[in-house]
Design a binder for this molecule. Structure first.
Ligand code: ADP
Ligand code: ZN
Length: 363
C-alpha cells in the first residue's frame, strides 16, 4: 500500500462506515456525503483532481483551490493517448507516489483515473466520486479500470481498487434526463439477474419518483446495486464465474452500441430483451417476461424497438471476448432474479437479433 502522509485525509476515510476488502485492496464507501466537505480534508499539495469539461464548468467552486486536470467529456477520451497526456501533466505538477488522484465524473473519468492511478509510478492512491447514476451503480464499482483502443472497448486495463468511493447525489441534479435512463438500464439489469424484489419496486415507480431531491429511495437503490456488484466481485474478482452474470444484456449491447453509436444504457436495454427472447427457448423463461421487461424499460425512457442489422451485428459478435469456437457464452434468465451462463451457437443469437424489432414474435 502506498504510504500516505496526509493524515487528515486518512482519518477522514477511516471514518467511512462501510468498507469492503477485495483481493486487490480495501475500498471505503461513503454514501450520501458531501464531496465539497470531504475535499477540505485533502491537502492541496498531495491531491490531484481529474474531471471533465462539463463537470468543471458546472461545479467551478470545487476545483478552484486544487490542482485539477480536465479532460474532454467524450468516450474517445478513454484512450491511451489521454493516459499519456495525463501522466505528463502529473509529472509536470510533480505528482509523486504520495499523491492522491481523485476522479470526479462519469465512467469515462473514473475509468481513466483508475487506470492512470494504478500505473503511474507503478501505482498511487486514487478515489472516485461518480457523478452519473450509471457511474454510481456500475462503472465506478468493482475495480476494473479500462481504456479503449478504437472500437475495442476496455482492451487495456487493470484490476485495482480505489481507496474510496464517495456518493454525492447532489451531482445528479444537473444530470441530463438521458443519462438518468442510462443509469436505470444497469439498475434494471441487477434486478433481472439478482433481485426480483427490486424488479417489483422499479415496476411500481418512475424516474421522477427517484429524482425527488429529498427522497431516500434513490440512495437506497444505489446502495443495493453497489451491494450486488460488490458481492459478485468479491466472489469472482477476475471474472471466471459469477461475475459473468453482470454481462446480462451486454453481449448484444456491445455490438449494437458500436454499430449505431447508441448510448450504453439504451443498448443494454435492447440487449436484455434479446436475452429474454432467447431465454424463452433455452431456459423456459416465462413468455410474459420479455414483454414485461419492455414495459419496464419504457417506464424508464429506454428504447424498446430498434432495427438491428443482424448480419453486421454478428460480424462484431464473432470478435467478442466471450467467444468459444462457434458459440458465445451468453447470460440468460431462468426467471426474474435468477440468471445463468450458457454457450450459445451463433445462429441462435443471429436469429434473435433479427427478430428483435417485431412485436409479433414467433418465439
Ligand atoms: P457514464 O459512463 O457514467 O455514463 P460518462 O463519463 O460517459 O458517464 O458521462 C456521460 C455524460 O454525462 C458526459 O457528457 C458527462 O460530462 C456528463 N455528466 C456526468 N456527470 C454529470 C453531472 N452530474 N451533471 C451533468 N452532466 C454530467
Ligand atoms: Zn454496462
Amino acid at each position: 500500500m502506498t504510504a500516505l502522509i496526509n493524515t487528515k485525509f486518512e482519518a477522514s476515510i477511516q471514518q467511512m462506515q462501510q468498507s469492503v476488502t477485495f483481493p486487490s485492496g480495501t475500498v471505503k464507501y461513503l454514501f450520501q456525503s458531501s464531496f465539497e466537505k470531504f475535499l477540505q480534508t485533502c491537502d492541496k499539495q498531495h491531491t490531484v483532481l481529474i474531471t471533465n469539461e462539463h463537470i468543471a464548468k458546472l461545479y467551478p467552486r470545487l476545483f478552484k483551490e486544487y490542482k485539477t486536470i480536465v479532460i474532454p467529456p467524450v468516450e474517445s477520451s478513454k484512450d491511451v493517448l489521454t493516459v499519456e497526456t495525463l501522466a505528463k501533466e502529473l509529472l509536470q505538477i510533480e505528482a509523486t507516489k504520495k499523491t492522491i488522484i481523485i476522479g470526479i465524473g462519469g465512467g469515462v473519468v473514473t475509468d481513466i483515473t483508475g487506470f492512470l492511478g494504478s500505473v503511474y509510478m507503478r501505482g498511487v492512491s486514487f478515489g472516485f466520486v461518480p457523478t452519473t447514476l450509471l457511474g454510481m451503480v456500475d462503472a465506478a464499482i468493482g475495480g476494473k479500470n479500462g481504456v479503449n483502443i478504437g472500437m475495442n472497448k476496455n482492451i487495456l486495463g487493470t484490476i485495482s481498487q480505489p481507496r474510496f468511493i464517495l456518493f454525492d447525489t447532489r451531482f445528479l441534479h444537473t444530470l441530463p434526463d438521458d443519462e438518468w435512463s442510462n443509469g436505470f438500464a444497469e439498475i434494471i439489469k441487477y434486478a433481472c439477474i439478482f433481485d426480483a424484489d427490486m424488479y417489483a419496486e422499479l415496476s411500481r415507480n418512475t424516474i421522477s419518483y427517484y429524482k425527488k431531491k429529498d427522497d431516500k429511495a434513490l440512495i437506497k437503490l444505489i446502495e443495493r446495486c453497489v451491494e450486488w456488484k460488490n458481492k459478485t466481485v468479491l466472489e469472482d474478482e477476475k471474472e471466471n464465474g459469477i461475475r459473468k452474470l453482470l454481462n446480462f444484456g451486454h453481449t448484444a449491447a456491445h455490438a449494437i452500441e458500436n454499430l449505431y453509436e447508441l448510448p450504453h444504457g439504451k443498448a443494454v436495454g435492447i440487449g436484455m430483451v434479446i436475452a429474454c427472447m432467447i431465454s424463452e427457448k433455452l431456459t423456459g423463461l416465462d413468455k410474459t417476461i420479455a414483454e414485461n421487461l419492455k414495459n419496464l424499460l419504457s417506464q424508464y425512457h429506454l428504447p424498446v424497438s430498434f432495427k438491428i442489422d443482424a448480419a453486421k451485428a454478428m460480424q462484431l459478435l464473432r470478435m467478442d471476448k466471450k467467444r468459444i469456437d462457434d458459440s458465445i457464452e451468453y447470460i440468460l434468465l431462468e426467471r426474474v432474479g435468477k440468471a445463468v451462463v450458457k454457450p450459445l451457437p451463433f445462429d441462435v443469437i443471429e436469429n434473435a437479433l433479427s427478430q428483435y424489432e417485431s412485436d409479433n414474435r414467433t418465439w
